[in-house]
Design a binder for this molecule. Structure first.
Ligand code: CA
Ligand code: CA
Ligand code: CA
Ligand code: CA
Length: 225
């Protein structure tokens, strides 16, 4: 879990010791460094050692984004990678997966302050590159959901935009790139999303909640796949 103390953010890793009892693991909480406001978090093995690592967004800072590799003995003993990863502005939501299908884990970040999405290509050593230009979405995207909306086997992304009262659907091509985003108008200050098959026709639909409208909109998937 991330602890969003402005400028002094940390990440806590809790171990379940049975009976739903949780206790901090060695080295937890991990201090993320000055200027870090921890926000979104996701898990994947970024260096191919079969141990789950973490990627952590930083909504308040436009100059770093952290990868924490997992050495089991102590999270804090690991160096914090990512100081040299130049993210988009305010990378607050991160979604890990093998977005380009090369067997090595990647992630995308949704950048709240920049209003765009960045693909980070992993090389299985905890190091990432950004081979593609950022993809513009709306104003203040604060959350995202990943799923295979068109059922082609490639992951897609739904990004609600809190500041522009809409959401963007990004259909993945399976190589780390996306089709041009499709915008749908939503309620006032949309800030929640859940992908699910709400009419049981086998096609994933999208539910969006609007903070200031006090309602939920469900968009039925009318695709042919
Ligand atoms: Ca690992
Ligand atoms: Ca990959
Ligand atoms: Ca897809
Ligand atoms: Ca459906």
């Amino acid at each position: 879990m991330t602890n969003q103390a402005a400028g002094t953010g940390t990440v806590s890793i809790l171990r379940q010791s049975g009976n739903m009892t949780y206790a901090p693991m060695a080295g937890s909480p991990v201090a993320m460094g000055a200027g870090y406001t921890s926000y979104g978090i996701d898990v994947a093995d970024f260096n191919g050692d079969k141990r789950a690592d973490l990627v952590v967004g930083n909504v308040a800072n436009n100059t770093n984004l952290r990868i924490i590799l997992n050495n089991v003995a102590s999270w804090a003993a690991q160096p914090l990678f990512g100081a040299t990863i130049l993210p988009g502005a305010g990378p607050n939501v991160v979604k890990a997966g093998d977005w380009d299908g090369d067997g090595k884990m990647d992630f995308v970040s949704v950048n709240r302050n920049g209003g765009n999405v960045t693909f980070y290509k992993g090389n299985d050593t905890g190091v990432f590159t950004r081979p593609n230009a950022n993809i513009a979405v709306g104003t203040f995207p604060e959350i995202a959901a990943m799923g295979d909306l068109n059922r082609d086997g490639f992951m897609d992304l739904v990004v609600p935009n809190f500041g522009s009262n809409n959401a963007h659907l990004l259909i993945g091509r399976g190589d780390g790139t996306f089709n041009a985003p499709v915008m749908v108008a939503t309620g006032l200050q949309t800030n929640g999303v859940a992908i699910g098959d709400y009419n049981n026709d086998g096609r994933p639909d999208v539910a969006l909640s609007a903070f200031n409208a006090g309602n939920i909109q469900i968009f039925r998937n009318t695709g042919t796949n």
